[in-house]
Design a protein around this ligand. Structure first.
Ligand code: BMA
Length: 359
């Protein structure tokens, strides 16, 4: 009988990017020197198209010279563009208002355009752990109002761009009190404030090369084949451990994959990439001395190219220090996705696997 823990790979060997992926030749498209405020790293950027302009919301980390942790500041920038490559950044970083206060350390944002409004989904790190949230743009400047805030131990919150069967839908990624692995969950809401009907959307066990965690990357895109989700997948092997900045030990790899869900029932997995779409290979992805991660691809935006609807753009954080772009032809993407269904239909498998009826 299928055991989600036993079946995870111990090591996925060398990982390569799919040949269908084309990195933009002048990557990175945004980094510390492109923003009008002090920044050490500008990465993990939500990107979308809103009222005819590209909009970007990158994570902005500021550290001292020696990169001591915690950071001096973490926040999220906001910028606009006509081509999705060259950005005009707002002079200040985003302010998310919540109960009369500004949320601290808002990061890893995604942008969703829904009912002709711009929404930011994000994580904010604080003394009470990491909490996710959804906020709505005020329509000018850098101010957003929180619509709902989730409980701790969650990040990678992503909002669907339309109501589905009358309900708003979001993805989230809670941590797991038993330890790894962590999975992607969905929730539904009639009003975007009260959320329920949570269930598993995609398990780590559904991603053949992942053994540690997965998380939603970009807001899902509705295509003629179904709902396309670009996600991140993490595999870990302590044997690969290296010492990085701050004396930290690093043995993970963050990669990007794609999953497809039924057009009418976006909770139903129908196809997945069995191998990574993007694995860290370029020097700006594998890392450099003085940074605390290696081999990190963290997608937060995916859009169909406005000038060429046959092309998908994937925006991703590279090496936790800059923002990059890669493209793929949609037809080629479908060709590297394998029809499949989820291994565990719901998250209800007992510890004693022999007690499970397999459903
Ligand atoms: C995740 C998040 C991301 C980061 C990634 C790799 O847990 O913190 O912001 O890019 O780790 O360090």
């Amino acid at each position: 009988m299928f055991n989600p823990f036993k079946d995870l790979p111990k090591d996925s060997g060398k990982l390569h990017s799919s040949p269908i992926i084309h990195r933009y030749e002048r990557n990175p498209i945004l980094s510390d020197k492109d923003v009008p405020y002090a920044a050490s790293f500008v990465f993990n950027a939500g990107v979308n198209l809103f009222r005819g302009k590209y909009v970007i919301a990158p994570r902005v980390d500021l550290f001292d010279e020696e990169r001591h942790t915690p950071a001096l500041a973490i926040g999220t920038g906001l910028g606009w563009s006509d081509d999705g490559i060259h950005w005009e950044m707002e002079p200040e970083q985003i302010r998310v208002h919540y109960k009369g206060k500004i949320l601290p350390w808002v990061c890893d944002a995604r942008l969703t355009v829904l009912e002709d409004e711009l929404y930011l989904t994000f994580c904010f790190e604080n003394q009470h752990s990491e909490r996710p949230g959804i906020a709505k743009w005020r329509g000018a400047g850098v101010d957003f109002d929180a619509v709902c805030i989730g409980i701790p131990q969650q990040r990678n919150m992503v909002l669907y761009p339309e109501k589905i069967n009358g309900m708003y839908m979001r993805l989230e990624r809670p941590s797991n009190q038993w330890g790894d692995p962590f999975h992607i969950w969905y929730a539904k809401s009639p009003d975007m404030k009260y959320w329920g009907e949570q269930e598993l959307l995609l398990g780590c066990e559904d991603v053949p090369w992942a053994n540690k965690k997965i998380g939603a990357g970009a807001p899902p895109i509705k295509t003629d084949k179904g709902w396309l989700l670009i996600f991140h997948a993490v595999d870990d092997n302590p044997d690969r451990a290296v010492t990085v900045a701050g004396g930290r030990t690093w043995s993970k790899r963050y990669t990007c994959g794609a999953a497809l869900f039924d057009k009418d029932d976006p909770t139903k997995l129908i196809a997945i990439t069995k191998e990574p779409l993007i694995a860290a290979e370029a020097p700006y992805e594998t890392g450099f001395e003085g940074i605390w991660v290696e081999d990190t691809i963290f997608p937060c935006g995916a859009i169909i190219d406005q000038n060429d609807p046959s092309t998908l753009r994937i925006y991703y954080g590279a090496g936790d220090y800059c923002t990059c772009l890669a493209t793929a032809k949609l037809e080629e993407l479908w060709s590297v996705m394998t029809p499949t269904k989820r291994k565990a239909q719901y998250a209800n498998i007992p510890f004693r696997i022999e007690e499970w009826d397999g459903q």
